[in-house]
Design a protein around this ligand. Structure first.
Ligand SMILES: [Fe+2]
Length: 330
């Protein structure tokens, strides 16, 4: 074998090795970066497969060239071909290294974004609770009502998401908005005078009218906040719940006297957990009901105060509700 043929074989072998390392690097880069391609991951996956296949063909080409030289199959400019292949392999190798650097940077940025989003979420939650506590402390004097109703609502929503006629509405996004909105349902109570809010004994008709205003006041407060945003946030649902959580399925609720499915689903769900908690809690005008009695009252209001499908789901999870009421007792 002539010298130039030996040189060509050496260069092609070196090229083949670099190509192999390039393929291994590429596989590892793609594996560690798939999570960055969330929505288009299927397309990216296909592209990567094609790219790897091409690199595989390239490698096979190297072996064929070595074969043509060893077996003396005529081929013009063997050294030239070897140099081209060597540069080709270096090119691919550099490409994979660049990809590794790029993905590493994206990963770093992504970690930072996830960390900041988590902090924002926690800040949002804390702000919601701070606002809601203000109204709650003036009324029942305890913040546990908010925690309990949020937990009841989560249990109810998860049950309805699998077994009620509303399961198509109860997407994870809907439930997340519901749980963020729930603590703000009575925020309008900050506008009700203490003398009425804390009055012992029966309210006069005029006083009750003022209490009713907390729905419109809550709606107005939250709508003002929502109006400052240029994207759709959970506050849209919070506005709805604040307005309609005292509506009744039979149309005898307030402030609008809505009936049946005219009442937004979120407000119908809020109504049942709010009433259950009120029944189970001691007030200046009544003693706390037992869990069984509270459930009997709710069952009796099926199709009257409450949506029948929601009552059914609530009764199905009544033991879980009971456990929460015991764990978060005042
Ligand atoms: Fe209320």
């Amino acid at each position: 074998m002539k010298n130039h043929e030996l040189m060509a074989i050496a260069m092609i072998c070196l090229g083949a090795m670099i190509m192999l390392v390039g393929i291994i690097n590429y596989r590892s880069n793609i594996r560690s970066s798939y999570h960055l391609f969330y929505k288009s991951s299927r397309n990216v996956h296909k592209l990567c497969m094609v790219y790897m296949l091409l690199m595989g063909f390239f490698l096979v080409g190297y072996l064929l060239i070595i074969y043509t030289i060893i077996c003396d199959v005529p081929l013009c400019g063997a050294i030239f071909v070897g140099v081209i292949f060597l540069f080709g392999a270096v090119f691919v190798y550099l490409g994979t290294k660049l990809q590794a650097i790029m993905f590493y940077s994206i990963n770093l940025n992504n970690d930072e974004i996830v960390r900041k989003n988590r902090q924002l979420d926690q800040t949002e939650s804390a702000t919601i609770y701070a606002l809601a506590y203000q109204a709650e402390m003036r009324d029942t004097g305890t913040g546990k009502h908010l925690e309990r109703t949020s937990e009841y609502l989560r249990i109810l929503a998860e049950q309805m998401a699998v077994s009620s006629c509303y399961r198509n509405y109860l997407t994870p996004e809907y439930i997340a908005d519901l749980l963020k909105s729930a603590p703000l349902h009575d925020i309008g109570k900050v506008g009700v005078p203490d003398a009425i809010l804390k009055k012992e004994g029966k309210l006069s008709e005029a006083e009750f009218e003022l209490i009713k205003d907390h729905c419109a006041m809550g709606e107005a407060t939250l709508a003002k906040a929502e109006g400052r945003l240029d994207f759709r946030s959970f506050l849209v649902m919070a506005v709805t719940i604040a307005r309609s959580h005292h509506e009744k399925w039979n149309g005898r609720g307030y402030p609008d006297g809505l009936r049946g499915t005219q009442i937004p689903l979120s407000a119908r769900m809020m109504a049942i957990v709010d009433v259950y908690d009120a029944l189970r809690s001691e007030r200046c005008y009544k003693k706390a009901y037992s869990h069984d009695t509270a459930m009997e009252v709710i069952a009796a209001e099926r199709g009257e105060h409450f949506d029948p499908a929601i009552v059914d789901a609530f009764l199905d999870v009544n033991q879980k509700i009971y456990q929460v009421s015991r764990r978060l007792v005042d």
